[in-house]
Design a protein around this ligand. Sequence first.
Ligand SMILES: Cc1cc2nc3c(=O)[nH]c(=O)nc-3n(C[C@H](O)[C@H](O)[C@H](O)COP(=O)(O)OP(=O)(O)OC[C@H]3O[C@@H](n4cnc5c(N)ncnc54)[C@H](O)[C@@H]3O)c2cc1C
Length: 310
Amino acid sequence: MSTGTGSLTALQDCGVLQQEVSLAEFTTWRVGGPAQWLAEPTNTDQIPGLLQWARERGLPVQMIGAGSNLLIADGGLPGLTLCLRRLQGSELNAETGRIRAAAGEPLPTLARRAAKAGLQGMEWAVGIPGTVGGAAVMNAGAQGGCTAEQLIGVDVIRLSDPQPTITHISRDELAFSYRHSALQSSQHLVVAAEFQLESGHDPAELQRRTSGNLNHRTTTQPYKLPSCGSVFRNPEPEKAGQLIESLGLKGRAIGGAQVSELHANFIVNTGDATADDIRALISLVQSEVNDAKGIALHPEVKRLGFETPD
Ligand SMILES: Cc1cc2nc3c(=O)[nH]c(=O)nc-3n(C[C@H](O)[C@H](O)[C@H](O)COP(=O)(O)OP(=O)(O)OC[C@H]3O[C@@H](n4cnc5c(N)ncnc54)[C@H](O)[C@@H]3O)c2cc1C
């Protein structure tokens, strides 16, 4: 794509690039102000031109997936917000167990497809409402499994490249640890990921296990109200949820933000929460836990658009 006005107009005409779009619908918390510019590329070829266009105008670039681990400020985001959730698709090889998925592929979709093909290893991922790209960045995990265990590598575009091109980064270079990868501070846009699963398993058994994992989560976690999943990292060996619950903080609210009655490490939006409500409630929980237990809770959720980042 050239960065000329014609191409830009074409992208605007087909809805890939829009101005002043509320980001509340782009986060699972349903809060966040407008993006100055929002782009939702539908294929990888559109991305280099969008990045070049932003660079020529000196616009900062932010990347989001399904927005399921994000707190976006009420004031919104300046510059270009690149949302990858429409960059979907995956190829599974039932014989070798190899999977290649676009960054915007929903993780639950991939987990279900893998189980159906008899590929073992992603049954834990079915209840995580993020994208493949977000899972690689966050090293998302559940039920004892995590992204780093099956990931072979990611295809990325470096935001600062004057001529953006796709390069591959292998798993060993990604410094994975609990809910962390080197991608969190690298300014790399993930466009695709490759996984290695174990082939030749019984699809019916894998599908039973996958559905069981989802059922367990929907009965123990508040899936019916907007949230970002667990707000705080577990301060091992303690569990953040147990610490918060032990202080009687379940149900504590600021504005429309409430510590979930069902799971104390979730903050839910009961209807009209703002990002400021959520942020204030996060601070309140942190100071109560610190005062009572001397333990510092660190947010797992990423913040965008605030003066002080996480
Ligand atoms: C109900 C619920 C349950 C959850 N349960 C779990 C759980 O069990 N385990 C768990 O680990 N998480 C859980 N989460 C949190 C969340 O789903 C994961 O962290 C997920 O991996 C985030 O993916 P995303 O696509 O939504 O990323 P986003 O929230 O959009 O972004 C997260 C971070 O990744 C960056 N990013 C996203 N996509 C890209 C990309 N393509 N290239 C470069 N950077 C990118 C963003 O800039 C941001 O820093 C839960 C969330 C909800 C709402």
